[in-house]
Design a protein around this ligand. Structure first.
Ligand SMILES: Cc1cc2nc3c(=O)[nH]c(=O)nc-3n(C[C@H](O)[C@H](O)[C@H](O)COP(=O)(O)OP(=O)(O)OC[C@H]3O[C@@H](n4cnc5c(N)ncnc54)[C@H](O)[C@@H]3O)c2cc1C
Ligand code: SF4
Length: 511
């Protein structure tokens, strides 16, 4: 028996009133279906913050749809999977078709397709208009290219969308202002940083927080400081504040780290973008306008826009071009388990303790903490990329697989053999010392490679070069580092390997 014409499925990361699923939506014939499926929080052990932001966002969105007169079938607290729930709904009462915007995860798409097909109902997957580059356009961009590089893609996107352009030329005559950006704070630190607004939970969010504490007890993280936006009006406030207060300094300090300062000059907009309360076009336009009106330097606006028009669109393209095989890649044959302290932050390294601590408290870390603190350590330790991926997908409020996986597996772990990054992001503790104040308060010394005081990053960096010498000896951007490792004498090599073994086993004070 047919009940409705189109059953429109809205997932937790599709809270977007401009999506293609609303084209031609007729409240008299069509209905909306939303489901809080437990499996979405347990297929990796999702953090309490991440579960709460998704559930509260979904409940607020369902309320907004009902206020517009739409009929919403909302399954709260469903104990199974999305595919099971949809399958049961379709078998009980079959609509003429199910419509959905492209999901953000291959696993979800696969499951929903199977559920619809088993029930004999057509599933119409509509292009996700949230993105500025469609999957087909990205396919056309990379077709026939030997090396995929974000920079060429980004320039193409700037031209195609007329962003920061003066005629056919990039505004200011340069595509890239990295030379002006990416400084450390210096010994005096960041000084006063305008604190971001954190939102006091309303009644819906309070209820979600209560339920999440009960139903997901034992999951990583904490909820005491939950303050994320959970609807579009709040996301717009975050955007306005960022543009007015922090964008002018964004580029200069986008790579800097500072103990006890989780937010710095970042936008904290990833969750608002990924759950689709904001369209990237409006975020990019706000940054460009701030520059054109003289409220932000070009280098800052360009550095910020590059992340959204460039990296964000690029990683989505990579994900859909390469899935499902991409998730299984392990080019460096990394075999170690993820150390258990990634889930607690109970570790003596000051930089890791700070980054993991704030991650569990807030569900947030900025890019350099993800890439050059937690990611770098996992790379040097030699952790299996799948385990690193499960951790990143679990702990951050903005984690959706299309964006998390290429960043983790490709950019940070080099598991895709250089598709995302032209060389492994391998560095010693000296990098962290240069960009932060962490080493001042740490019991290890970033300048030491061996011995009980040696910084684990520094030891593991040299161990990484020794382990991968053959693979990277002819690599144009790694050969110099490999030659340096080649110069270590036998005793020094043995000391590096000994200390690396101790560090891997958490015997921090053994040389
Ligand atoms: C190992 C690893 C895992 C990551 N996992 C995620 C993830 O699950 N979800 C996620 O949104 N980002 C992820 N990133 C990218 C980036 O770290 C976050 O987008 C950023 O830290 C979010 O904070 P922000 O909004 O304050 O970003 P800002 O520093 O203010 O940057 C502005 C925006 O640019 C976009 N952006 C910046 N860098 C990237 C990037 N490398 N890829 C895609 N978009 C980018 C984001 O939408 C971000 O909101 C990951 C990076 C690494 C190295
Ligand atoms: S010494 Fe090493 S472990 Fe300690 S804070 Fe510096 S980089 Fe991190």
């Amino acid at each position: 028996m047919n009940d409705v014409r189109h059953l429109v499925v809205v997932l937790g990361d599709q809270l977007d009133l401009d999506s293609a699923v609303w084209d031609g939506f007729d409240p008299a014939q069509d209905a909306v279906w939303m489901c809080e499926a437990r499996e979405e929080a347990t297929h990796v052990p999702s953090s309490l913050q991440r579960i709460a932001v998704f559930l509260s966002g979904m409940r607020h969105f369902a309320q907004a749809l009902r206020e517009r007169g739409l009929s919403v079938e909302y399954l709260a607290r469903h104990e199974g999977s999305l595919a099971q729930a949809l399958g049961a709904r379709l078998r009980a009462r079959a609509p003429r078709a199910v419509r959905i915007s492209e999901p953000g995860e291959w696993r979800v798409l696969d499951g929903l397709q199977a559920a619809a097909s088993d029930a004999g109902v057509a599933l119409e997957v509509l292009e996700d208009r949230h993105f500025l580059c469609s999957r087909d356009e990205f396919g056309a961009h990379v077709k026939g290219r030997k090396a995929w590089r974000m920079e060429y893609f980004y320039r193409e996107m700037r031209r195609r969308h007329g962003v920061l352009m003066e005629g056919a030329q990039p505004a200011g005559g340069q595509w890239n202002y990295d030379a002006e950006n990416r400084q450390g704070f210096g010994p005096q630190g960041p000084g006063f940083v305008p604190p971001p607004t954190r939102f006091t939970p309303d009644a819906i969010t309070e209820e979600v927080l209560r339920e999440v504490r009960e139903r997901f007890a034992g999951h990583p993280g904490e909820l005491a400081e939950f303050g994320w936006p959970v609807q579009r009006s709040q996301a717009l406030q975050v955007l306005r504040e960022f543009i007015d207060e922090r964008l002018p300094h964004f580029g200069r300090w986008q790579d800097a780290l500072w103990e006890g300062q989780p937010w710095l000059y970042h936008s904290h907009l990833s969750v608002a973008l990924n759950l689709k309360w904001l369209h990237p076009r409006e975020v990019i336009a706000a940054a460009e306008e701030a520059w054109r009106q003289g409220r932000a330097p070009l280098a800052a606006a360009e550095g910020f826009i590059r992340q959204i028009l460039g990296w964000r669109e690029y990683v989505r393209g990579v994900y859909w071009q390469r899935m499902p095989g991409y998730a299984a890649l392990n080019a460096l044959d990394a075999r170690e388990d993820l150390p258990a302290w990634y889930w607690t932050g109970d570790v003596p390294m000051a930089c890791l303790r700070d980054a993991i601590g704030q991650t569990l408290r807030l569900g947030y870390a900025h890019h350099i903490q993800r890439l050059m603190v937690t990611g770098l350590y996992a790379l040097l330790h030699g952790v299996q990329p799948r385990q690193v991926h499960a951790w990143y997908l679990s702990v951050y409020v903005d984690a959706v697989e299309w964006v998390e996986l290429p960043n983790t597996l490709g950019m940070s772990q080099y598991a895709d053999d250089g598709l995302m990054a032209s060389k492994p992001y391998a560095a010693t503790g000296k990098y962290i010392e240069r960009m932060s104040d962490h080493c001042r308060g740490c019991r290890f010394d970033p300048a030491l490679r061996t011995g009980p005081k040696a910084c684990p990053y520094t030891t593991l960096y040299w161990d990484f070069l020794l382990r991968h010498a053959e693979r990277f000896a002819g690599h144009p951007r790694m050969a110099l580092q490999i030659r340096n490792a080649d110069r270590l004498d036998r005793n020094e090599r043995a000391a590096v390997v000994r200390r690396a073994g101790a560090v891997r086993q958490g015997r921090w004070d053994e040389g």
